[in-house]
Every structure is written in structure tokens, then in C-alpha cells.
Design a protein around this ligand. Sequence first.
Ligand code: GLU
Length: 441
Amino acid sequence: MTTTRFAPSPTGYIHVGNLRTALMNYLIARKAGGTFILRIDDTDPERSKEEYVDAIKRDLEWLGLHWDKVERQSERLDRYADAADKLREMGRFYEAFETPTELDLKRKKQLNMGKPPVYDRAALNLSDAEKDALRAERGNGVWRFKLDHERIEWTDGILGDISIDAASVSDPVLIRGDGQVLYTIASVVDDTEMGVTDVVRGSDHVTNTATQIQIIEALGGQCPRFAHHSLLTGPQGEALSKRLGTLALRDLREQGVQPMALLSLMARLGSSDPVELRSDMAELIEGFDVNRFGAAPTKFDVQDLFPLTAKHLQSLPLTDVADAVEDAGVPADLAEPFWAMARENITTLADLKGWWELCRDGAEPLIADEDREFIAEAVALLPDGPFDGETWGTWTKAVKEATGRKGKGLFMPLRKALTGMERGPEMAALLPLLQVIRARG
Ligand code: GLU
């Protein structure tokens, strides 16, 4: 059965980049009728925070990316210790004692000599006595996985055929000196034991994948299918990594971005399919295919989310936005006509408030000198209430007959006088909502 997972580290809020990963894994699982696991990668006790775990769940729920199971790495430390023992018994795990400064120096030397900065495995030559001495002096060493120096190959769902020379990669550290288990091994153990069949993650993980394939094989597991999506850049192709902090999902939510807008964009951006607003998750699932994504960096422009949000809102019935309409201050008896008037004229729900204020308080009229008389005449012709969708038509017909004006010369001065603006909602829909006018009726 298809099983995927989204595996954030709860060390911060999730952003659009993380969402891409979450969404792809979610869609693969749902399309196959499989299982989607939310795995909290919290093996780092210092940086992991419960508040981030809660925020991640809230963000996913907001988007409707419901998970079937939650797993926490901090509750599985015994499993990782078992795996580490297994690797030790196999002779694939060794303790190394270099300090970060020493490693840095080694790397610099290698680079100076034009060699790739790969860990030189000096620790493999340490005798037991030397290790004891180093341990006494420096404390426990780190544990490195001894890679087999051969080519590591896989067919990536996005990048195609990959072949990496294991000799060009340092033996990965899987356990730190202080005993902290690192993601590289924890992830392998989890993916294997949880039966994960498909792993989609960012292309910054390609080298990890190479080493993880060897670890999975050493532990006797089955390799999942891997796909590495490209990283997001800004609209000009600039690195987004620094700005990702400002593209947290919670901030987008704050700015009024609608989930369907965000999902519609992120589920297709960077693929050969067009970005179009989709009406629901089923439609997103239906058309999703990870193989249609390209390896090139993907340009992301936060501004693209707003037209999609506006379009989505336009499609909604009042029942879906009733709370927002009420929060804007609209009385219940006007909610229906108000929404019908406003929905074509908002970008986010936050704009409702302004339209309600216009209805409630009116606007500073915008009347050109040459229109003063015309407006006075028009006001005198305003029919008696109650007003409805027909009133505007009846009224402007009467004004036209009385003044001889027509077209733009007729409608524009009226619009500007009533709304203080040159553009805006359908006047026929707006007029019955204008409280000043209602009061007269
Ligand atoms: N916790 C890892 C990360 O956020 C998970 C990577 C993976 O999907 O394996 O980068």
C-alpha cells in the first residue's frame, strides 16, 4: 500500500517551501488511496518546541491536509539505538573524534590540493587504546556510517536517473558525541518500519538520499521511491531561503490568502500543468502527478496568491463566508445582498469591512462642478423605498429622461457622488445597501 510522510522538524513555522513537500506527499497518498503520515522529526531536544508542533498541525489543518497518523521520532529512540547496534555489529559504524576545527582544517587542505572535501576516514585506523585515550580526553566521539565506495543509483521521480559516487561523499555522522541521534538514520529506520513507499522532499536532500539508500540496504530494508523537487526561488530567480521566514503559512493566512488558492498554486507550480484555481481537494488529487514536475528551480511569487484568492472567494456562497460577513459588521438581514454585491470586489475577506463601511456610512461624495446641478436633480428624482435590485434601473431611467444625459455621462457622476470612487461594485447591487439612501426611503 502506498504510504507517504511529511516529516518537518518542529524548530520553526512551516513555509511555502515545506508546503510543497507536504502537499506532494499528501496528494500521492490520497491519489493511491494510501496512508499519509505526519512525522515529527524531533530528535533535537534543544531546538524542537511543542509550540511549533502545534503550529505545524494547525497549518496543515487549515489547508485540509489531514494526516492518518502522527509519529514522533523522540518516542522511537530505542528503535534507532537498535539500528545503530546492528550497524556496529556489521562493521559499518565507527567512532571518530575529530573536533569541528580539525575537520575544517582537513577540508581546507583537501580543497587546496584540488580534492573534494570528503572525510578521510582517519578514525578507521585508530586502535582501541587510542580511542580510549581520545574518549578520556574529548568525551564520546561521533558515529559515522561507513559507506561502500561504489556508485549509488536510483531513478528519481523528478530528477530522472541519478548516479552518485559514494567516494565523493563523507561517511555521514549518524549519532553525535552527546548521543543525539541524527535525522539521517532516524529517517531511514522510520521509513523502513513504517512501510513508507514514496518519499518526496527538496533537492537539498539528494546527497542524503544517496547515503540513506546504503543505510537502508545495510539494515535490510526496502528502498522507497524517491523524488526530489526543485527549490523555490523568488520571482526574479533570487534565492528564497532568507525570505522563507516571511513566507510562513501562518503569515499567509493572516494576510487573507485562502487555502484553495495556496493549494492550487503549490500543487502545480513547477510542473508542466497550468496553474489554475481548483474548486476542491478532489480536483487537485485527481490531476496530480509528481513525474510532471521539472528539475529547474521554481519561481514563486507571493503576489500570485491574491488573484487566486479573489477568484476563489467569488465562487463561494454566503454560507461559506457567513462569519467573515458578520465580523465585518453586516447585519444578518443584509448579509445575502451584501455578499452578492461585495464578492466580486474583494481580494481577501479583510476587504469586506471597507465595503460595509461604505454601505453604512456613505462616502465623501465626489462631484465635479459641472455635475452639481445634475446631481441635485437626480437626488430629487430618487424613488421612494424600499429599495431593491430594480431601483437603480428605475431611477437612472427617470434621471435620463429628465436630464437628457446617457451612458457614462449619466452613470459615472452618480457613482462618484454615491461612492466617492470611479470604480466599484455594480451600482444596482450597491444602491439598496447604502444606508443613507435607505434612510431616505
Ligand atoms: N526533517 C527533515 C527535513 O525537514 C525531513 C526530510 C525528509 O523528508 O526526509 O528536512
